[in-house]
Design a protein around this ligand. Structure first.
Ligand SMILES: O=C1O[C@H](COP(=O)(O)O)[C@@H](O)[C@H](O)[C@H]1O
Length: 272
């Protein structure tokens, strides 16, 4: 039997794992990674709607994250049989956002709206954007508290709604959402946190914290490029989430790493 690169890597990771092994999918390049992730996301949201009537997704900013949304928009134009998401019944949340004015190009929200949300017609009341700095909140702490309230208001029981899929990009140093290594957010137990002095600009942000990230049914990490290969290997090798936040990004039912070959290059079993 011939194993795919992802299966080969997963088998090697399983040899040393003491817990559930994440799924690993490896595509040849970033473009094919975005395409494959888009198809998988459509399938997952369709399946969630079949069970619950609605679906929910938590979006990420970043290069691959936004490319995935562009591919989802293409798939929405001509849905494959049985893969037809009802976009009027999808709740959209964000994993992190930059606390900058609403019209700033730095907003993750703007990229997602342009790539997908405005094209498929998600109703405004289902698009749960994190506040911009000119939206009536003086501080990112106020914005984070408000967003936590929005999450609680949408929850059936407990402080958080159901997240069917939570998408994350990852920085070369292992940050996910806006949780950076050794930052206060990495050990904060609140579902939504304010982020100041962020090492990657812009410095002021709002982010889901680990309690919200790990509440998702499925967490998918979308990572491309050789510059991230070392962090991918460390995260999957069991690094401490304080050192490498991506290592702590796990879903309740599944954790999937969707990689291109360059990002997977330092994983055990990656070559050969
Ligand atoms: O700052 C951020 O960066 C990460 C990763 O972005 P990428 O372009 O290197 O993939 C992103 O996931 C996060 O949402 C964003 O705010």
């Amino acid at each position: 039997m011939t194993l795919s690169p992802g299966e080969r890597i997963a088998a090697r990771l399983a040899e040393h794992a003491d817990g559930p092994v994440p799924d690993v999918v490896v595509e040849p390049d970033a473009e094919q990674l975005a395409r494959a992730a888009a198809a998988a996301l459509v399938a997952r949201l369709t399946a969630a709607q079949a069970v619950h009537g609605t679906a929910s997704v938590v979006l990420t900013g970043g290069g691959v994250g936004t490319a995935v949304l562009r591919h989802v928009a293409v798939l929405a134009e001509e849905p494959a049989p049985g893969q037809d998401v009802d976009w009027t019944a999808v709740d959209v949340w964000w994993g992190d956002e930059r606390f900058v004015p609403a019209d700033s190009d730095e907003r993750n929200e703007g990229g997602a709206r342009e790539a997908l949300l405005d094209r498929v017609g998600v109703p405004a009341e289902r698009v749960h954007a994190m506040p911009a700095s000119d939206a009536g909140f003086d501080t990112p702490e106020d914005a984070a508290e408000w967003y936590a309230g929005e999450l609680a208001a949408a929850a059936q029981d407990g402080p958080l709604p159901r997240f069917d899929v939570l998408l994350l990009g990852m920085g070369p140093e292992g940050h996910v959402a806006s949780v950076f290594p050794h930052s206060p957010a990495a050990s904060d137990r609140r579902p939504v946190v304010a982020v100041r002095n962020c090492p990657k600009p812009p410095p002021t942000r709002v982010s889901l914290g680990f309690p919200a990230i790990t509440s998702a049914e499925e967490v998918w990490l979308l990572v491309s490029g050789e510059g991230k290969a070392e962090a991918v290997a460390a995260a999957l090798g069991g690094a401490d989430p304080l050192d490498l936040p991506a290592a702590g990004a796990r879903g309740r039912r599944a954790t999937r790493w969707l990689l291109d070959a360059a990002a997977a290059g330092r994983l055990p079993g990656a070559s050969g």
